[in-house]
Design a protein around this ligand. Structure first.
Ligand SMILES: Cc1ncc(COP(=O)(O)O)c(C=O)c1O
Length: 385
């Protein structure tokens, strides 16, 4: 079955819910047993509200299928998916390899919580490829990837990193696949052990819920499931519902995000102030060959670096926009734009040649978005004049 069909049909069981197309939202802590016999024989894993309800199970089932995993679970946020996945595989005295271009709070978790727990993190260059073998120590337990990287969009050579992890023995590989969504990249098919998503972004898709997903192969599943239970992990029924509902339209939304991103990029490249675009789906991007080899599409999130310019000009640009909202997150139906000139890195410093921005191409008509950017350029030029 093709993915475009899977997002529509997987995890849906209308005949078990009065024929209703979508799963019911069940608010529950206590789940009553029919009788004492059922209680005695209980499946301890689905006996309590914390362990999920129909809308939660629906999205889990669909995600495990889409990612080609053994199973999936939902977390209260994307960051909770990241931290739960990491904690499943490291303990005091271990060494952990984290890509330098990871999402900021993932970096903070390593520098703050993991350090306190006695786990040493080494941040590595996203372009390291097979050379990661030189950073692997006898106590290295896991390697975390995020491709493309947050804000700067470097592509990682995932197969080379996975091969190095396997050569070294029992090192678990984890990948944050949020940018590509479960449609445009399949980490588990590239032998990555664990895939995490901030479902808050494209899967929910409407900027109205926080949610995370962890999917893994069979060998890793038990440790992840147990860690989630130890930590009291829970995804709320309403948010799980919004996640499974968002999934149903993911393929049409992703196609439009991708199309709009390309249209905006074509326009931006024609402007003299623009130095470069950070988007692996663009043939001029240094990561394009890896993207073409491994991915089947590119999403709506990309970077643009200007040739110089002042913060005042950058602020004037942003202030002139009507359709691009100024706010964190991305993956919703609406376009967004934020400054990204100051991004923390420890291996390769981020020193753009000018003002830099992260853009999320939403689902609006691209002509309106381009007209908005034109207003931004006019405001920029007015400050520079
Ligand atoms: C790549 C990536 N991973 C994880 C997260 C965290 O997701 P959440 O905001 O749902 O905690 C984000 C949020 O921006 C992200 O961009």
């Amino acid at each position: 079955m093709k993915d475009d069909t899977k997002v529509v049909v997987k995890g849906r069981h209308p005949q078990e819910q009065f024929g209703a197309v979508n799963p019911p939202v069940v608010h529950a802590s206590t789940i009553l047993y029919r009788d004492i016999e059922a209680f005695r024989n209980m499946d301890a894993y689905v006996s309590y509200g914390r362990h999920g309800s129909p809308s939660n199970f629906s999205l889990r089932e669909a995600m495990a299928d889409l990612e080609g995993g053994h199973a999936s679970l939902l977390t209260s946020s994307g960051l909770a998916a990241v931290t739960t996945a990491i904690l499943s595989f490291v303990q005091s005295g271990d060494h952990f390899l984290m890509v330098d271009t990871t999402y900021g709070p993932t970096r903070s978790f390593c520098r703050g919580a993991l350090r306190r727990f006695g786990v040493e993190t080494t941040f590595y260059d996203p372009l390291i490829g097979s050379e990661i073998k030189d950073l692997i120590r006898p106590n290295t337990k896991a390697i975390f990837m995020e491709s493309p990287g947050s804000h700067t969009f470097e592509m990682q050579d995932v197969p080379a990193i996975v091969a190095a992890a396997k050569d070294a023995g029992d090192i678990i590989t984890i990948l944050d696949n949020t940018w590509a969504s479960p449609l445009f990249y399949k980490p588990l098919a590239h032998d990555v052990d664990v895939c995490v998503h901030a479902a808050t972004k494209y899967i929910v898709g409407h900027s109205d819920a926080m949610l995370g997903v962890i999917t893994s192969n069979e060998a890793c599943w038990d440790r992840i499931d147990k860690m989630n239970r130890y930590m009291g992990g829970h995804a709320a029924p309403d948010d799980s519902y919004l996640g499974q509902r968002g999934l149903r339209t993911l393929s049409v939304r992703m196609a439009r995000h991708e199309e709009n991103a390309h249209k905006l990029i074509t326009f931006l490249k024609s402007q003299p102030e623009v130095s470069r675009i950070l988007y692996p789906g663009d043939p001029d991007d240094p990561g394009y060959e890896i993207w073409k080899r491994d991915f089947s599409g590119s999403s709506g999130l990309f970077g643009v670096v200007f040739n110089g310019g002042s913060q005042e000009q950058g602020d004037a640009f942003l202030s002139a926009l009507a359709h691009f909202g100024l706010g964190f997150s991305w993956g919703g139906y609406e376009s967004l734009m934020i400054p990204s000139t100051e991004i923390v890195r420890s291996v390769r410093k981020w020193q753009p040649e000018g003002q830099s921005f992260r853009i999320h191409a939403g689902l609006e008509d691209a002509d309106d978005l381009i007209a908005d950017l034109e207003a931004g350029f006019r405001a920029w030029r007015a400050v520079g004049a």
